[in-house]
Design a protein around this ligand. Structure first.
Ligand code: PNS
Length: 166
């Protein structure tokens, strides 16, 4: 049984995350999509909100389980008995950070492997922080996130629809 984990902040989930989830779920037996509960950040969406958005998004993918975790990823992986980490690489700028995390995780937990999927080219510019920045100023985020989340994201900034701030 190949059980993998796709960890992240998902604040908010984007088309880039959706692409990673679809592609990695197709190559492992079971994929845990795990939201990091990071108390030191000031998130846009609560962990519960992010978990429910991801559940909504993945409800038709039978081998995907959405959860949250805090503490070290490798400790959580022992809990759920997973030994593969999936991460996305968009551009060379992601590489150094991702390499560092992959190496420290492997040093601390030698049975853990990290696999990287390169982002689909049309999504390689996309990040949650770009979505937040765009939404903050009333930009059009409909090409960046699944449609059902657009209004929820604007609502966080008190924007009812594109360009119409309260
Ligand atoms: O979506 P993100 O914010 O780039 O995801 C980063 C994440 C969640 C993969 C990483 O921060 C993480 O694994 N955090 C949990 C704590 C941990 O295990 N850190 C590993 C090395 S210090």
């Amino acid at each position: 049984m190949k059980r993998a984990i796709y960890p992240g902040s998902f604040d908010p989930v984007t088309f880039g995350h959706e692409d990673m989830i679809l592609r990695s779920a197709a190559i492992v037996d079971e994929l845990y999509v795990a939201v990091l509960n990071n108390s030191s950040k000031n998130p846009l969406f609560s962990v519960d909100e992010r978990v429910s958005m991801l559940r909504e998004l993945t409800r038709d993918i039978p081998n995907v389980v959405v959860t949250s975790f805090d503490g070290l990823l490798i400790d959580y992986m022992k809990e759920i008995d997973a030994n593969i980490i999936v991460r996305g690489l968009r551009a060379v700028t992601d590489f150094e950070y991702e390499l560092q995390i992959a190496e420290i995780n492997r040093v601390e937990s030698p049975t853990v492997e990290t696999i990287f999927l390169t982002a689909s080219p049309n999504l390689s510019y996309l990040s949650s922080s770009i979505v937040r920045e765009f939404a903050l100023y009333g930009g059009d985020i409909s090409k960046l996130v699944p449609e059902q989340f657009v209004e929820r994201i604007y609502a966080k900034y008190d924007i009812k629809k594109r360009g119409a701030k309260n």
